[in-house]
Design a protein around this ligand. Structure first.
Ligand code: ATP
Length: 305
């Protein structure tokens, strides 16, 4: 066939192939031109900020989990968290609290709308850079069979002195219980050693060593005792009042009593924000979910779950 093309005798079939190829080339060039920015975004979102202030905006964010695309979880969520604000998110089980955080950590992408961080779309930020500046403490943080001090140091990219480890543990209200262990900071962690709340405090100390601009804490439901209630309250008070500790803090809470001092309380129901304000404001909305739950003395601890 090649010879006949060279000779200038194109068959109909070759001519059609040639036209189709040329068409494909032109169309694909147009398509890439049109979609260049979104292509580049997905290939290498590389935006870094001088400093992460910690302003987080959910703008009309809708979301379904990819495994259940027909089930809407969030339907047009709008929410702005300000730098250094200490925000508690409460709501019945399944109301979407963890989903809100999963989207911030970019474990999933919104189906619609977008999340802005300091005004920049999250999808454009260098995700590694961003995650390094977020301290995430989950319900069951991973601790390792090594001493507490090494557990606190774990994952920190720089050399950390013993003084710094102690400082972080004090910030996280872990220092006192660590000192009461047989070997203090040198005590080896095993499964039975620490309660759920204590593990979380070690994990908070670990997160604080990296000095994150945003701290996300999912209160352990396995640790709904008086001691851990006290620590959640202290952590909230510390971050909202100590100028040196200030950063944006998001706490997914499972009880109402420890979060009264939060700058803001967000109440979720079925993927929507139904109330948003300070404790004093929400408690006065007598028909509100928060107020009704807080006054339910028959279930004083875990009122929303
Ligand atoms: P809890 O207090 O029990 O942790 P929550 O308020 O954090 O609940 P989410 O975990 O955000 O709620 O869940 C919201 C909805 O999304 C629920 O209906 C849940 O079943 C669903 N869901 C959560 N994770 C997934 C997933 N990975 N795949 C599919 N659906 C999910």
């Amino acid at each position: 066939g090649g010879i006949s093309i060279m000779a200038g005798k194109l068959t109909a079939e070759q001519l059609t192939k040639f036209i189709l190829y040329a068409e494909w080339l032109i169309l694909s060039t147009w398509w890439i031109g049109d979609n260049w920015s979104s292509l580049m975004q997905s290939v290498g979102a590389s935006h870094r900020l001088q400093k992460l202030e910690g302003r987080i905006q959910y703008a009309d964010v809708s979301f379904s989990y990819p495994s259940r695309p027909t089930v809407p979880i969030l339907g047009g969520l709008n929410l702005t968290l300000h730098p250094n604000e200490v925000v508690a998110i409460v709501g019945l089980s399944g109301s979407g609290k963890s989903t809100v955080v999963n989207l911030l950590l970019r474990l999933y992408e919104p189906t619609d709308g977008q999340i802005l961080v300091d005004g920049v779309p999250l999808s454009e930020l260098d995700i590694r850079w961003f995650r390094e500046r977020i301290g995430f403490v989950g319900q069951e943080p991973r601790l390792f069979r090594m001493d507490i001090s090494s557990n606190i140091r774990y994952g920190c990219p720089r050399e950390v002195s013993n003084e710094e480890v102690e400082w972080a543990a004090k910030q996280a209200y872990a220092h006192d219980f660590i000192m009461s262990l047989p070997d203090g900071y040198n005590t080896i962690v095993d499964d039975a050693l620490l309660s759920g709340g204590q593990k979380q405090r070690v994990a908070i100390a670990r997160a604080l060593l990296r000095d994150p601009s945003i701290l996300v804490l999912d209160e352990a439901t396995s640790a709904l005792d008086a001691e851990s209630e006290h620590y959640v309250k202290n952590v909230i008070t510390k971050f909202s009042t100590d100028p040196k500790a200030r950063r944006t803090v998001i706490i997914i809470a499972h009880r109402l009593s420890p979060i009264q001092a939060a700058d803001r309380i967000i109440v979720m129901e079925n993927g929507n924000i139904v109330e948003d304000g300070k404790h004093s404001e929400l408690i006065n909305k007598h028909d509100g979910l928060y107020s009704r739950s807080a006054s339910d003395k028959t279930r004083p601890r875990l009122v929303l779950n």
